[in-house]
Design a protein around this ligand. Structure first.
Ligand SMILES: [Zn+2]
Length: 235
């Protein structure tokens, strides 16, 4: 829980978290923009909190600039329609239900009935999308030959990488790919599966990607380059 706040000229309030560390020589200041906007200050044992906050004030314009470029997150409310995993989904709420339920509807519109209290709405929608994303990833993997199936799948919220493949056999994906077109998500999955055979980006690697993905690899890569930041629109 943040004890202090940093108010931007726009009125947006950024929580300030101050921690004391033994062995630290100077105050360190880290404005974080992901996964949420926060300012983290680490201070040496003998430096008071008010000195640390004074230090933050001295760096005010620098901090403000860091948060200036952060796109404002779109909030999700009851009655909104959002798109994920290639579906248009209308968000409804029913607090008499404990679990979320998903209803497939006609004409490409689906309904997600979010259970529980409404103040948890966004978190519950996010958890639902994450779970659905994991199922979708597994489905795509099952379309490939068994030799490409990974030992473990991990779902992450990374800002710069959409997927990664470790030598230990774990393949990780950013769940925000759920907001990308299905073929773009499929491309990232295939890309990481192919890394299990080729840990580099050699011509042999790209050949493997094409064999597994089919036509359209360049188009998917281009989409990610052009629209990748839009996948961070929510939450
Ligand atoms: Zn790669």
């Amino acid at each position: 829980m943040a004890d202090y706040e940093f108010v931007l000229p726009s009125g947006q309030v950024i929580p300030v978290i101050i921690t004391t560390r033994r062995g630290l020589r100077n105050i360190t200041l880290r404005p974080k923009t992901r996964p949420v906007c926060e300012i983290h200050i680490s201070k040496p044992w003998l430096v008071s909190t008010s000195t640390a906050l004074h230090f933050l004030e001295q760096k005010r314009s620098w901090c403000e600039r860091v948060f200036l470029d952060v796109p404002v997150k779109a909030h999700i409310s009851i009655g909104d329609t959002i798109e994920f995993l290639g579906k248009k989904v209308l968000i409804k709420h029913d607090e008499t239900k404990r679990a979320n339920s998903f209803i497939e509807c006609a004409d490409g519109l689906c309904v997600l009935i979010v259970g529980g209290s409404s103040d948890m709405l966004e978190r519950r929608v996010r958890d639902f999308i994450k779970d659905s994303f994991l199922s979708a990833v597994k489905q795509v993997i099952k379309t490939t030959p068994k030799e490409f199936w990974p030992r473990r799948i991990a779902i992450r919220d990374t800002s710069s990488r959409w997927g990664s493949c470790s030598s230990s056999g774990t393949i990780s994906f950013s769940w925000r790919l759920a907001f990308a077109p299905f073929d773009v998500m499929r491309y990232v999955i295939i890309h990481e599966l192919a890394h299990q055979k080729h840990m580099d980006h050699s011509p042999d690697f790209w050949k493997q990607v094409s064999v597994l993905y089919g036509f359209g690899v360049e188009r998917a890569k281009r989409w990610l380059n052009q629209h990748g930041t839009e996948l961070h629109k929510y939450f």
